[in-house]
Design a protein around this ligand. Structure first.
Ligand SMILES: [Zn+2]
Length: 178
């Protein structure tokens, strides 16, 4: 089983007809959109991908991608390490019309060319897998100690965790004060 670096681009139809299984690493720096959303650019993404030919020139790709991402905890604003993992299930289609024919549960990717970049197969799924509001697990978070302090500097009930918390709300307040 190979766990070395993966090629940048692969021949998806050949991989599909050969039922290739890839298992290896890609440099995180190649994922420019993902790098814009996390705190690290150094590192490796571990990918396991299986290719299978479908009907009408389609290629089904399934597997998983995983990396160690650095995120900023929105409770204490410290950087923490997060295992970002995504299940991959993409159907490569040769044209827009084939894309529209896909059943709604299939994630499609239109690739008219012979080659596809592995980044394009997994980056979207990793971005979707990012937590909406990154936070330490409670017992590792500095803010969880501050919460139990009798005096809160903000006066906000910080123990109440809501899904609508806006991480940049404080920043906006600072800008407004200037
Ligand atoms: Zn924290």
């Amino acid at each position: 089983m190979s766990t070395g670096p993966l090629p940048d681009k692969i021949d998806h139809r050949k991989f599909g007809s050969d039922q290739v299984e890839l298992n290896g690493m890609i440099s995180l720096a190649r994922f420019t959109r993902l790098c814009g959303l996390i705190e690290n650019e150094d590192g490796l993404i571990h990918c396991k991908l299986r290719f299978k030919s479908g009907r009408k020139g389609k290629t089904q790709v399934t597997g998983q991608a995983e990396l160690s991402a650095l995120l900023i905890c929105q409770s204490c604003l410290e950087v923490f390490e997060f295992t970002l993992a995504a299940a991959i299930r993409v159907c490569i289609v040769p044209s827009e019309s084939a894309f529209l024919d896909l059943p709604p549960e299939d994630d499609g990717l239109v690739v008219p060319d012979r080659l596809v970049d592995i980044v394009d197969l997994v980056e979207d799924e990793l971005i979707v897998a990012l937590p909406m509001v990154p936070r330490h697990v409670l017992e590792q978070c500095e803010a969880s100690f501050k919460e139990s302090a009798p005096e809160s500097s903000t006066g906000v009930d910080s123990q109440k965790v809501t899904e609508t918390y806006r991480p940049f709300a404080d920043l906006q307040a600072l800008q407004d004060a200037e």
